[in-house]
Ligand binder design. Structure first.
Ligand SMILES: *[C@@H]1O[C@H](CO)[C@@H](O)[C@H](O)[C@H]1NC(C)=O
Ligand SMILES: *[C@@H]1O[C@H](CO)[C@@H](O)[C@H](O)[C@H]1NC(C)=O
Ligand SMILES: *[C@@H]1O[C@H](CO)[C@@H](O)[C@H](O)[C@H]1NC(C)=O
Ligand SMILES: *[C@@H]1O[C@H](CO)[C@@H](O)[C@H](O)[C@H]1NC(C)=O
Ligand SMILES: *[C@@H]1O[C@H](CO)[C@@H](O)[C@H](O)[C@H]1NC(C)=O
Ligand SMILES: [Cu+2]
Length: 586
């Protein structure tokens, strides 16, 4: 059962407010508005395995109170979120990450197993408590092993405080959570990835929109080809989005896919992109939107088409050769002559050609800050880290590596190890800052595929400005390079530039967009390309930075940053209990 309440907390006028009142009148007014409405949003979650049929085929999924996706958390900027998580999985640990929430002052609530906390053991209850300090569209998902792809995910919507304007207007919003779905369990997938020879997870059996999709061989025309198939199961009835003719709607779209890059379209309705990862975008209009795992967008559509028929919402795989049918949902007009859940009379949109990389790069380049909401980046970095992304091998097992180091998670969370001064919890040698960029050929497979692994981390000077350039390269096979969506915990970064081929530190920084770069928490690194980003290391804690493709992170595609850990307050002992933290008491 969800117990959800919004109780008005007493405005915390004690420490912060009087000082803030000395600011400009405008700022003081804004602050007071936020304080006056700050509330607590509470939910009790029980995590358990349940039989579900998201694509009409019965499968065990990790659910929240019996549901996948879980409930959408709705709050207002400044609210405190309190989620009590009871792990009822019997034999499996859990941890939940609040993706896009920076966790300022609460780094232990980031939910990243091995980085910020020990996993929540079966039978245990863990309470996540944090403030949503910025409006926008975010998501949550499991961050333990490959558990995210088993169904533990959902959306977070943070509204602006009442009376505060956004740079666009709309009647109301709809949430759209995009996902991909496999029939094999995550255990089977993980065991396959670690096997020699590797058993790749393969293309998904279905794509889901708000948890609903269709397996191609479980449909009205092929109803009995798969065990557990039931085309009439209510779990796989397409989602319906209702609109009033003439009104404008905000669609908040999030992708929590394990593998797939997606192209999303609302048939017959142009989309104006207005938000990306919680930041206002200089509006641009698209027919279809590319969205990578870990990203969120808001688009506006106006219900200005013939109200007497329905329209498809469609999501298709791009960037990898698709092996999965289009996912569909239905847009229906109130007052029209069509029944709300009737299939539209057309065939669903098929999206962009999967290999049209140029079109996807164009969208990346078009995504810049709204002119009235530019947060100027610092002019220069204090430190620049150049990360070469390669596919490699260790003892014959296929891995991903950064500067020839494949990441492994330690058993003791870094946050506890560093804060408590535990020695020997991880490799204390920092990973390399760069690679031999003059000589390495990013268009050829690695000359020697062998690599090494480490759980070392980058320690950043508190308050310093850090540039990271992600350099893509050829994989183990000839002429192949894929898109990697990189996600940073604890921060938003400025997206300074994209390029094709080899990044040259002597040349390309001069081309950076320092004028109106968008800030994001997840960004695509395109095939054979590079992506440059900048952030300020001003959030005390330990933060993962990794490819958001579940299998790639599992195979080592990630790094970890630490900054200002000495400034972190006393750690809750509930995050301890594993590795060298057993016994707690620090
Ligand atoms: C669907 O069934 C056909 C016929 O058995 C088979 O060839 C095809 O591979 C199946 N598709 C998927 C995605 O499993
Ligand atoms: C995409 O692939 C098709 C064949 O599958 C090919 O004809 C086309 O040229 C490719 N387009 C690009 C932009 O590579
Ligand atoms: C890579 O490592 C394997 C052992 O895992 C070894 O047999 C092989 O010779 C190494 N390859 C090179 C090019 O060093
Ligand atoms: C990566 O490390 C392995 C093992 O130490 C080494 O054999 C290989 O040459 C390195 N590759 C590069 C590109 O530095
Ligand atoms: C890779 O691409 C190059 C240049 O286009 C071509 O000469 C070569 O045959 C390709 N190799 C493979 C294995 O496709
Ligand atoms: Cu990746």
């Amino acid at each position: 059962m969800i117990r959800s309440s919004r109780s008005l907390a007493a405005p915390p006028l004690g420490v912060g407010a009087p000082r803030r009142l000395l600011c400009s009148l405008f700022l003081a007014t804004t602050t007071l508005t936020i304080l006056a409405t700050a509330a607590t949003v509470r939910q009790d979650w029980e995590i358990s395995y349940q039989f579900t049929s998201p694509d009409c085929v019965r499968k065990l999924a990790v659910t929240i109170n019996g549901q996948t996706p879980g409930p959408t958390i709705r709050a207002t900027q400044g609210d405190t979120i309190v989620i009590s998580v009871k792990n009822s999985l019997l034999t499996e640990n859990v941890a939940i990450h609040w993706h896009g929430i920076r966790q300022i002052g609460t780094p232990w609530a980031d939910g990243t197993e091995g980085v910020t906390q020990c996993p929540i053991l079966p039978g245990d209850v863990f309470v996540y408590k944090f403030v949503v300090d910025r409006p926008g569209t975010y998501m949550y998902h499991a961050h333990y092993g490959m558990q995210r792809s088993a169904g533990l995910n959902g959306m977070i919507v943070v509204e602006v405080p009442r009376g505060q304007a956004e740079p666009f207007v709309y009647e109301r919003d709809h949430t759209v959570l995009l996902n991909d779905w496999w029939h094999r369990s995550t255990y089977e997938q993980a065991a396959g990835l670690a096997a020699v020879p590797m058993v790749w997870v393969g293309e998904p059996q279905a794509l889901l929109i708000n948890g609903r999709g269709r397996f191609v061989n479980c449909s009205a025309s092929a109803p009995t080809m798969v065990e557990g198939c039931n085309v009439a199961h209510p779990d796989c009835a397409p989602a319906v989005f209702a609109v009033v003719p003439g009104k404008t709607y905000r669609f908040r779209i999030a992708s929590v896919t394990s593998l797939s890059a997606l192209n999303f379209e609302i048939e017959g309705h142009a989309m104006t992109v207005v938000e990306a990862d919680g930041h206002y975008v200089k509006p641009f209009v698209v027919k279809n939107l590319n969205i990578y795992s870990g990203e969120t967008y808001s688009v506006l559509i106006t219900a200005n088409q013939d109200p007497n028929r329905n329209y498809w919402l469609a999501s298709n795989v791009v960037s990898r050769r698709p092996g999965t049918v289009t996912a569909t949902a239905i847009l229906s007009y109130y007052g029209g002559r069509s029944s709300p859940n009737a299939n539209p009379p057309t065939t669903p949109p098929v999206g962009l050609p999967w290999n049209d990389t140029a079109a996807r790069v164009r969208q990346s380049l078009a995504t810049v800050s709204h002119p009235a909401h530019i947060i100027p980046p610092p002019a220069k970095p204090d430190r620049a880290i150049l990360l070469l992304n390669t596919q490699n091998k260790i003892d014959g097992k296929i891995k991903w590596a950064l500067n020839n180091v494949s990441f492994t998670l330690p058993h003791t969370p870094y946050l506890v190890a560093l804060k408590s001064g535990l020695l020997g919890a991880f490799d204390e040698r920092p990973p390399p800052e760069t690679y031999d960029h003059q000589r390495y050929d990013v268009f050829s497979p690695p000359a020697n595929p062998n690599t090494t692994s480490s759980d070392g981390l980058y320690r950043l000077r508190f308050g310093s400005v850090v540039d990271v350039v992600l350099q893509n390269a050829n994989m183990l096979g000839a002429n192949s390079s894929e898109t990697h969506p990189w996600h940073l915990h604890g921060h938003d970064f400025w997206v300074l530039g994209y390029g094709y081929g080899r990044f040259d530190p002597a040349v390309h920084p001069a081309t950076y967009n320092l004028k109106d770069p968008i800030m994001k928490n997840t960004v695509a690194v395109h095939p054979f390309g590079w992506t440059a980003l900048r952030f300020k290391a001003d959030n005390p804690g330990v933060w993962a930075f990794h490819c958001h493709i579940e299998a790639h992170f599992f195979m080592g595609m990630g790094v970890v940053f630490e900054e200002g850990v000495e400034r972190v307050g006393e750690l809750p002992k509930e995050i301890m209990g594993c590795g060298k933290t057993r016994g707690g008491g620090h």
